[in-house]
Design a binder for this molecule. Sequence first.
Ligand SMILES: Cc1cc2nc3c(=O)[nH]c(=O)nc-3n(C[C@H](O)[C@H](O)[C@H](O)COP(=O)(O)OP(=O)(O)OC[C@H]3O[C@@H](n4cnc5c(N)ncnc54)[C@H](O)[C@@H]3O)c2cc1C
Length: 418
Amino acid sequence: MTDTTVEDVETFRLRARTWLADNMPKVDPDAAPPPPGDDDEEWAKARELQKLLHGGGFAGICFPREYGGLGLGSEFQEAFTQEAEGYQMPLLLNVPTFSICAPTILDMGSEDQKRERISAAIRGDEVLVQFLSEPSGGSDLAGLITRADRDGDTWVINGAKTWSTSAYAADYALCLARTDWNAPKHRGLTMFLMPTDTPGITMRRITQVNGSTEFCEEFFDDVVLPGSAVVGEVNGGWAVASRQLFHERTAVGGGSPYVSGRGTGRVATPKTDLVEVARATGRNGESGVRELVGEAHAKERVQEQLIRRVTRGITSGAMPPPAASIMRLFHAETDWLVDDYAVSIAGAAGVTGVSGDPSDPGVGGRVAVNYLMRQGASLGGGSSEMSRNIISERILGMPREFAADRDVPFNQVKRGPS
Ligand SMILES: Cc1cc2nc3c(=O)[nH]c(=O)nc-3n(C[C@H](O)[C@H](O)[C@H](O)COP(=O)(O)OP(=O)(O)OC[C@H]3O[C@@H](n4cnc5c(N)ncnc54)[C@H](O)[C@@H]3O)c2cc1C
């Protein structure tokens, strides 16, 4: 591999351009819409593409060299991503493996965890996911009730998790569990690195309205983990989870420096294109429709600039890490606006225009499915309401939301049936 420590961004870009042209398969613009991200072949392909990037010396651009990366700045990653436009990339690995889990391990994990898990992911050998949300609720993450009990040198986990993106395709999960029931809720949690094939884990797939089964739910019955599975400190899991949520909000907002190529590869229904909707419904000449398309276009451009500004602000220290919630919230607002305008433009065709072909529901069908799916944008990575709470409390300095369970030992907190 070339010694990248002496290379400037433009030289790196040119080297990447040549290497991509010689080694990476092109995206076929005429190919059928991509299958849902839960397709096993797609996962095998993502791992292969990652191995190609690694073999070529272009994997893990912003991860430190000692953990298998290139140790370069985000401007190198951005240059690579720009050059990679039009080539197939291992996008399925972008979220949560590279943008959320690996950076969390980098920030909070033990030396062994960093050396083993991060480098295995960069090599394309391992997929990492998150076991955070529970059936009893995801917004109040610190109120979770999956338990981990110490048994000699090991931990025994019992409980349930849900909404775990791509867990069925994963090798390891970052799993948050309660280890001290006498402490207030934030202080009795511990983060574990859990191999997803550990005996005692039952995993089921959840079918979404767009047909995807990428979400999973997991049930833990006496799952035994070694002491070395703890990430960070025992009962210090909230610090790890907070870092993880920071990376998640940055990733969902579109500002992670750890991903190659744009997007997540999970496009069961292609994103709504308002120009296409306007043309397909014959309304592209109407001034009112053109205004809607223009407004959405402007909002998307503002989103791009906002991502740059906030990412730079957090990196330089000018903005606090909770500012990632601004990107996260704007992402959801933009998604909602585009999908709402698509329904306004498509009118009845957005409900009745389904083609009958499940692999391509037609423009009307896509508008309808994306409208139903838009709720996901305001839930994934923490809900929009929680983002607003964070912005108001931790950035604008407004009073904290009332919490009846603050500083109360968790075993004395009143809870509904779970
Ligand atoms: C695309 C996507 C991917 C996801 N991937 C994962 C994953 O990989 N791993 C994982 O563990 N989870 C994942 N999740 C789950 C996600 O983290 C939760 O959906 C989210 O945290 C909200 O939790 P909940 O769905 O239980 O809603 P709840 O917490 O039950 O909230 C329901 C509603 O009440 C509102 N609400 C709750 N508390 C407050 C409050 N204090 N103030 C104001 N409003 C409030 C919420 O905003 C929401 O609108 C994913 C979700 C989506 C949509």
